[in-house]
Design a binder for this molecule. Structure first.
Ligand SMILES: [Zn+2]
Length: 303
């Protein structure tokens, strides 16, 4: 098994995490952030199981976002084998659910989007894309419910669902179907990864924000502002992570750049962002090392 594309945190999730750390998110956005985080955790757990149990010849693409003829579709995990492509929609739902006439809901009654409908659409759009490319492959698509505390009543036997208790068996079962991969598989995965789009619309999906409402100060990647800073190093009182001042400032500059991509960066701006906790000249040196300086002496900014 070879991983062709690794999973990365979605930009929307990164952005919401930054906003959560430095502003106060409203309840809806906070809930959305928690759901995105749970979803990501579930996908990572599935990645771990694939790594552990799938050891035959297969190519794995994680988190693929593709647009074809005006339709965009996203695939959590795609495994290319000898003559079949396996695609998986991973759901980290927890609790008791029921399926009634194609409608998925909590047993308490609250309806949620049925991932089987999304899966059908994704499979069809992938099939069309391969047809456009003149590539013929069988496609098998499944929804994977990854959380051990997930129960679904009234599912049909023929529903393409893999339950938590079946994941290991499913993946080890794939090993038996592995044969030497034809050249076409490599060609296909390269072409799909080439086609991958980064989520460029995430900025519009974030709630509106401005510099003034942000909590300033240097913060650790765990979200804590409780740092002990000495001449050269600093450590986080929350997660005990130790890092150099340079690493810390670079991380906080990256955060600023992520949230304000169009803003020209100046030393005093980063000094404010870091809550005036780090020596001003040190910040300037770090900016000079890691970014490119432009403008005149009095109005230097960094890109
Ligand atoms: Zn920390």
């Amino acid at each position: 098994m070879k991983i062709i594309k690794k999973r990365e945190k979605a930009k929307l999730l990164i952005g919401l995490n930054y906003l959560d750390k430095r502003t106060k998110l409203n309840d809806t956005d906070k809930r959305y952030l928690i759901n995105l985080e749970k979803g990501f955790e579930g996908e990572e757990r599935f990645d771990g199981l694939v790594k552990t149990h799938l050891n035959g010849e297969a190519l794995v693409i994680n988190d693929l976002l593709v647009e074809n003829k005006g339709n965009t579709f996203q695939i959590d995990t795609l495994i290319v084998m000898f003559d079949t492509i396996y695609l998986y929609e991973v759901k980290n739902y927890k609790g008791d659910f029921q399926m009634n006439s194609g409608q998925l809901s909590y047993t308490s009654g609250q309806e949620i989007t049925n991932p089987l409908i999304q899966l059908k659409r994704t499979k069809e759009l992938l099939r069309q894309l391969l047809k456009d490319w003149g590539i013929s492959y069988r496609i098998e698509a499944h929804v994977v419910f990854i959380n051990d505390a997930f129960t679904l009543y009234n599912a049909k036997l023929e529903d393409p669902i893999i339950f938590p208790t079946q994941i290991k068996e499913h993946l080890t079962g794939l090993n038996a179907k592995c044969k030497n991969l034809p050249k076409q598989s490599v060609y296909l995965t390269d072409r799909l990864v080439d086609r991958h789009k980064t989520d460029s619309v995430f900025q519009k999906q974030l709630p509106p924000y401005s510099f003034e409402e942000f909590k300033t100060g240097v913060s650790c990647s765990c979200g804590s502002f409780e740092l002990i800073i000495t001449q050269r190093a600093c450590y986080c009182k929350m997660c005990y992570k130790q890092m150099s001042i340079e690493e810390l400032v670079v991380e906080n500059i990256n955060e600023f750049k992520f949230l304000f991509p169009d803003q020209k960066i100046t030393t005093s701006m980063i000094d404010d962002w870091c809550g005036n906790t780090v020596n001003y000249r040190k910040i300037r040196n770090i900016l000079q090392t890691h970014l490119v300086a432009s403008g005149t002496n009095s109005g230097t900014y960094y890109q």
